[in-house]
Structures are given as structure tokens and as C-alpha cells.
Design a protein around this ligand. Sequence first.
Ligand code: PLP
Length: 363
Amino acid sequence: MSLRGAILKLKPYTAGKPINEVKREFGLKEVIKLASNENPLGCSPLVCEVIKGLAGQVNLYPDSSNFDLKNELAKELNVEPEMLFLGTGSDSIIRAICSVFIDPGDESIMGEISFQRYEDNTKIMGGNVIKVPMKNYKLDVEKMVQSITDKTKVLWFCSPNNPTGPIIKRQELLSVIDKIPKSVILVMDEAYYEYVDDPEYPQTINLLEKYPNVIILRTFSKAYGLAGLRVGYGIANENIAKYINSVIGPFDVNLIAQSAAIAALKDKEFLRKVVKLNKESREYFYYEFSKMGLEYIESQANFVMVNLKVDDKIVFNELLKRGVIVRPGYLFEMPGWLRVSTGTMEQNEKFILALKDVLNGMR
Ligand SMILES: Cc1ncc(COP(=O)(O)O)c(C=O)c1O
């Protein structure tokens, strides 16, 4: 066997611990997972109906052109369908971007504390990742742009940034975007777009005409609650879209996922409910963390990072014993911190109670 050298350098992705695994390990009946930024309200009832109706059609291949979903999305976003590309979650589009733009020895630039899949997929292509230190837990977009060299092919702007939570504001983006050579692809990863309520969040679709090197990524996994179905999409100019579509597998978005995503787009009421609960949950966490004297990072997404100032691995394990799964900060090079996804209010309260119990036991 002769493995490519690039593959030997990969570090495996640590996903959130599954609920059933924790139930088995700790002999628990009730476990809540606030670890993977999933939607605590499930998905729209319209989506459930569509899924049930399709059970008898899974012998058929899906539409490889994603015709209906692309058209619905194009209407929703006010773009041409030719500007869209769909994948098995936006994760697979990150992979596609790397396979289109990164040759061995090329570089991509990301924040030091940002989404790990940018690094993994750059490395799979034999590229190198340049990680730029954060500025107060935000992406330092100025330093990121200053770090561009002749080898740079892709810049990853994650907004809101996972795992820290802040966005890149309009003025910040506009102050650097003209300094990015058109030969460098700027990826605006907006996986948490629907949750943002900061009026200074830039509507990046408006930039696509002037900046042909911009790619926007969004997903149905978060606010739409379809993480298990795996549908994500990208928006870019038609030329980029054509190349990205050429590396995405013809049937990567399955038959159920295509119709479910269309139904999800139609249920605006469900989306409003999700966004409202998320805002209330973030505020509840801020309030409780403040009362406990814990530092936290204000988030525009559906998770909050909190500084426990104690060993996060111990807290993580103690929370597991109490039936609560979160993400320990050491996984993100933020030891002493935890990332908690917003849940239902009942789940949020269960987490806070368990956290208080664990921290009291450690003092
Ligand atoms: C910033 C960011 N981008 C992309 C993804 C990938 O999401 P999906 O593949 O489910 O669309 C995630 C998932 O956590 C994320 O946090």
C-alpha cells in the first residue's frame, strides 16, 4: 500500500459524542446533547410529511441536477440557479472548493480558532494551512489578508465563527476585501446565517457581482434542522459554480434531502420559532454565566463559549455523568472553556444546573 504523504498528516475530526453512546457508557436513561449545534426543535412538520411520503421512492436515484431545489433556492436568494451548487452538507462543499483550487504546496488561510474542516480538506489536497491568531476571539481579518502570499489560494472567513461565535461586520469586511487579489478565493462560511441578528452583518450576496472571487456557503443543517439529511449549498459566480459542480458527485444530495430542503424553505413560521428560541437561549446563558461570574463570548450563532477557568476535560466528563453532552474547549485549542449549543429552555436549564453542580464540586 502506498499512501499519499498528505493523508498521513491528517488528524481525525472529533465529532460530538452520540447520545446513545453516553447512555450506554454511564447507564443513563435521559441524555441531552448540546454539543453539535443541532436544532433542538427538530425540523419543520412540513419536512416530516414530505419525508414520510418519499419512503416508497428510495429505489430511484435522485435528480442529479437538483433542478427543483436549485430553483427554489434561486428564488429565495434572488440569484440565478447557475450560481448555486449543492452538496452533502456544506462540509462536502468545503472539500470541493479545496479540490478545485488547492494543489500540493499551496496555502489556505484561516483563523487560529475556527472550523477544523478547512484545515483537514486543505491538507487532503497536499496544501498547507496558515493559522492567524485571533483578535479577542474574533477573526483578525486584517492580519489574515496581510498573510496572503503567492502560494495562497483560499481565505476562510467563518461568520459567525465556529467555535467562538462573533461575526465579521460589514465595515470590517469592506475594509479588507479590496486588498484580496482576485486570484485568491474568499470563502464566506455562513453556516449560522439565519441566527444572526446584528444589523451590521453584511449581506454578502450583494458582493458577488463586484468580487468574482467570493464563494458563500450556507447549510440546511442548523436553523432548518436537517443535519441528519446532509444538505448544504454554495453561491458564487457562474464560472466558479460550474467548476465546483464538476467535482461534486452527481447524486451527492439524496432524493429525500432534496425534497425536504424545499419544504424547509417554505416553512417560514418554523424558522422564526427557531431563531426566537435561540435568541432567548443565548440570553439565558449570558445571564446565568454572569451570575456565576464566568466570562463568555457573545455569539451570533446557536452556541456560546464560556470560560470555566478549570480543567475542561474534567468538567466535560462530569457533565456526561449527569447526562449532558457539550464540547470541551481543549478540542479547539481553548483549554478551560466549554462550547455549549443552545437547546430547548428545559435543556438549557438542565445544563446550567448540572454545570453549577460540577463547578461547586470542584471548588
Ligand atoms: C462553520 C461551519 N461550516 C460548515 C459546517 C458544516 O455543516 P454541514 O456539513 O452540516 O452543512 C459546520 C458544521 O458544524 C460549521 O460549523
